[in-house]
Design a binder for this molecule. Structure first.
Ligand SMILES: [Ca+2]
Length: 186
């Protein structure tokens, strides 16, 4: 789309729609999996990180995930279609053990290979000392899969909520260009 072909009214309409869509937590519509389910009680299934509840008390909220103590645990979200990801908000565990997330990596991409761990890196989670929600900017990285993985360590992985923001990756006729971002540039 060339600038001169788009009216100001149409651009304003699209930008308004973009703003509404980009403020919606798209993680809620996805499907989550994880490397293992904790064998204790409560279990901590992967969908607990996308139930819309940030409550970070593992035992009281029943709203956090929990893997077994294992080598390189991971949690992965399939958004069911590709998005341009602007940001990911991660809420860790608050009743204890927040530092278990130290060094976890957030990957974004379209490959399901290796549970999404091979996809490009958006951010590394460091300095976690509490469950306070942390925002990581992915700056429009394209991806259907969001994977949070702790590399090269034997650990439990617990996530109390993962929120994802972005817009559908709808491509223009112009190679490498996207409908939404092209409008935003004008
Ligand atoms: Ca939750």
């Amino acid at each position: 789309m060339i600038k001169d072909e788009v009216s100001d009214t149409r651009r304003n309409e699209v930008n308004l729609l973009y703003n509404v869509i980009s403020e919606t937590n798209i993680a809620l519509k996805g499907h989550a999996t994880q490397s293992s389910d904790y064998q204790g009680t409560p279990v901590g299934p992967p969908e607990n990180a996308i139930d819309g509840n940030r409550n970070s008390h593992y035992y009281n909220s029943l709203s956090c995930t929990h893997t077994n103590w294992q080598s390189s645990p991971w949690w992965s979200l399939d958004l069911l279609q590709s998005y341009l990801i602007s940001s990911v908000i991660v809420t860790g565990r608050g009743d204890c053990c927040a530092s278990r997330l130290e060094g976890a990596e957030i990957h974004v991409g379209n490959s399901a290979a290796n549970n999404g761990i091979n996809n490009p890196l958006c951010a590394t989670i460091t300095g976690i000392k509490s469950a306070y929600p942390r925002t990581f900017q992915c700056n429009g990285m394209e991806g259907r899969y969001i994977t949070i993985a702790i590399p090269a360590r034997t650990e439990f992985l617990t996530l109390c909520e993962v929120e994802v923001f972005g817009v559908p990756a709808i491509k223009n006729d112009i190679p490498g260009k996207y409908v939404w971002y092209d409008f935003q540039l004008y």
